[in-house]
Structures are given as C-alpha cells and as structure tokens.
Design a protein around this ligand. Structure first.
Ligand SMILES: [Fe+2]
Length: 213
C-alpha cells in the first residue's frame, strides 16, 4: 500500500470487519448491513478517483457507525464511535465517526437528538470548528447518504427515509444541498454518474425484487 505512513491510524480490513461483527452482536440491527454497504460504496467510488485509496475508503465506511455497538442511541453514536476508535489509536476512522454526519458543517444539522452531556456536545462543536473535511470525510458523508441495509439506493430516497424516521429541523435543507454538492464533486472527479458504478440502485430504489426461475 502506498504512503503507508499516512495510514498509521487505520486498522486492517480484517480487524475492521471483526469490529463491525462484534458490534452487531452487542447491538444487532440494520446499522450493520448499512455499514457494510457504505464501505462497499466507498471502495467502489474511491476506485474511480485517482487520489483515493479504495482499501482505506472501504475500512472507513465499515467503521463510520461503529459507535452503535454501545446500544440504540441518536447522535451519541458519533461520540461513542470516536472515543472507541481513538482509544485504539485509530484516528482516521475515529474522525469519520464524527464527520460523517456533517456534510453541512454545523453541529445542529443533525437528524435525531444530541443525547449526550454538555461537555460532549461542546467537544463535537469545537472539533467540527477546527477541522477541514478531506476527501475521505466527504466520501463517507456521501456513502452514508446512499446506503440502505439492503444495498445502494438513490440519495433522495434515503433522505426521505431518514426524514420520515427522525423528522426535520431548520438545517436539514442546507444539509441536503451539501450532500448533493459532494455528489457533484465526486462525479466531476470520476467523470461519470455515481449511479453508473453502484450496482443494484434501480432495484433497491424502486423495490424491484429479483425473480427466481
Ligand atoms: Fe451511517
């Protein structure tokens, strides 16, 4: 793997899959399959972007919701995931645990609630104010927005699905616009539509079941 020194803060793919599998045993739920598809999408998109490493992208996608291993929570999952991975020395995926929820960089631009204490909330607010999103942050923000537990789907469908489950607030339209901007950013780099490289989007978006003969 090139630039190995850059990737010191990232576990191996085997370890990442084991962490997700363990997480699924602790807190079973659709987040496990969603994480796998987010990872797969990240791998595929990164494979079409010359400056990105698809192995790293896959790992970051797999681990972005790992905070859900601690139970059914709302935005607390981002802090839990960050703390869990930082303790292991995995800075890069730890950062993604927080940044993946913020295509629009504002601590209030969230679905659900900040079910954490004041210090934790202030930590996330300050963390977001100090960092710049790199292409991996943007990539996982995008992949989180197109991965259903059943597979890849149209971003607009996932947005409505999340909105129906969690409701909306005044920041969400800006958040959606930021997500589409990120989609355009990667499509410009790839020179093609996102949906032309992700298999199963039509079936998953329109609930078309495969017929078995
Ligand atoms: Fe996610």
């Amino acid at each position: 793997m090139e630039n190995l020194h850059v990737w010191n803060g990232v576990p191996s793919l085997t370890e990442s899959k084991l962490l997700l599998e363990d997480g699924g045993k602790l807190n079973p739920g659709p987040w496990v399959e969603h994480s796998m598809y987010a990872g797969k999408a990240a791998e595929i998109i990164a494979g079409n972007c010359p400056s990105l490493n698809s192995d790293i992208a896959y790992i970051l996608g797999i681990l972005h919701d790992i905070g859900r291993r601690f139970g059914v929570t709302s935005m607390r999952h981002s802090i839990d995931g960050y703390n869990f991975l930082i303790q292991k020395g995995y800075y890069m995926p730890a950062k993604i645990c927080i940044t993946h929820s913020f295509p629009y960089n504002n601590v209030n631009a969230v679905f659900g609630k900040w079910d954490c204490n004041d210090d934790e909330y202030k930590f996330v607010e300050s963390f977001l104010s100090k960092i710049e999103f790199d292409d991996y942050d943007k990539l996982i923000q995008l992949c989180d927005a197109l991965a259903f537990p059943e597979g890849f789907c149209l971003i607009e469908k996932r947005m409505i699905d999340v909105a129906l489950r969690h409701g909306l607030n005044e920041y969400i339209v800006r958040k959606w616009k930021s997500t589409f901007k990120i989609q355009g950013y990667f499509e410009d780099i790839m020179g093609k539509s996102l949906y032309s490289i992700l298999p199963g989007v039509i079936e998953n978006t329109f609930n078309i079941r495969k017929k078995h003969s």
